[in-house]
Design a protein around this ligand. Structure first.
Ligand code: CP
Length: 321
């Protein structure tokens, strides 16, 4: 596997889930694969889970790890071509990328959407430059439009906790005080749609329609309470306007209605549904204390499974070197 961006990169999902279960049972089974191999993790944005879980997965596989926080100690990077670099950016990404590639065997990149220019973000301009110019296998650690390590961990978690063969999984928009990217809901929808045995329903206010390239066959239900009825899993997330119907609204907050917060009364409409969120989560906006602290909350095992999803991805990439 030379790139990991979309669900298709992993091939057969059932095989990938079996591999995840195998690694979870014996995390050091493939420790020989990473001997004398180096992972470079590049962060343009903050992280807790991705940083720690991916590093742990690499260590489990016997790798060395280098972490670069671009905005804390490195030269400020220019990402656009054709600019006169007379501002505060000292180095161009087009030199920096091959230099970084020369120090490692695999590269993970975190580079969020700027939410200013939909075309720029949805072209995955930064991530694709790493793929093109690093000469090394590259995986997304949340890019402008996708967060596949998270979605894979979410799928592993659902597989572990489902009580019916084909669970009803609801992706619900919830309010937030800042404009957030669409990477997590995009990947969650893409991965749930690709998993054959999941009934995916997406609920959000009007104007928050995700790009159909990610939502596939998912059903859209604008009535959140109706969507929750009989659900086995509730996956809450905020996202800003994806600009599908109205490109001029891309990245904007269109709704601040606190009636979309996930609370116990709504969870009572589900089929004893489990609550999920990728974290970090803002309590009181996305979800109430009561729900996230309940025994039906899966947020901690879900985060723990990030080590497993990263392990499968790194193993596949090491095998392809
Ligand atoms: N869910 C997730 O990616 O968490 P971090 O932003 O802390 O890495």
């Amino acid at each position: 596997m030379k790139t990991f961006i979309n669900v298709q990169d992993l091939g057969d999902l059932k095989k990938a889930l079996a591999e995840a279960a195998e690694i979870k049972a014996d995390r050091f089974k493939y420790q020989h694969l990473g001997r004398n191999k180096t992972l470079l993790m590049i962060f343009f944005n903050n992280s807790l889970r991705t940083r720690l879980s991916t590093q742990k997965a690499a260590i489990n596989l016997g790798m060395n790890v280098i972490v670069l926080d671009v905005n804390a100690g490195a030269w400020k990077l220019e990402t656009e071509r054709g600019v006169i670099m007379n501002g505060d950016k000292s180095e161009h990404l087009l030199e920096a990328i091959p230099v970084m590639g020369s120090y490692c065997d695999l590269i993970g990149v975190r580079a969020f959407a700027g939410l200013k220019d939909r075309d720029y973000d949805y072209a995955e301009t930064v991530l694709n430059q790493f793929i093109k110019y690093s000469g090394k296998p590259v995986f997304a650690m949340e890019s402008a439009t996708v967060h596949p390590l998270q979605a894979f961990a979410d799928l592993i978690t659902i597989e572990e906790h489902k009580k019916v063969q084909k669970p009803k999984v609801v992706l619900t928009w919830a309010p937030h005080c800042r404009a957030l990217p669409q990477a997590v809901p995009n990947s969650f929808a893409q991965w749930m749609d690709a998993a054959e045995d999941i009934d995916l329903v997406i609920t959000h206010p009007h104007g928050y329609e995700l790009d159909p390239a990610f939502t596939g066959n998912a059903r859209i239900e604008y009535d959140q309470r109706k969507a929750f009825e009989g659900a086995d899993f509730i996956y809450a997330k905020n996202w800003s306007c994806p600009g599908v119907a109205n490109p001029q609204d891309y990245g904007k907050i269109l709704c601040e209605d606190m009636d979309w917060t996930v609370d116990s009364a709504k969870m009572a409409l589900t089929n004893h549904g489990k609550f999920m969120h990728c974290l970090p989560v803002r309590r009181g906006l996305i979800v109430t204390d009561e729900v996230i602290e309940s025994e039906d909350s899966l947020v901690i095992p879900e985060a723990a499974n990030r080590e497993i999803s990263a392990s499968v991805v790194l193993k596949r990439m090491l095998e392809s070197l």
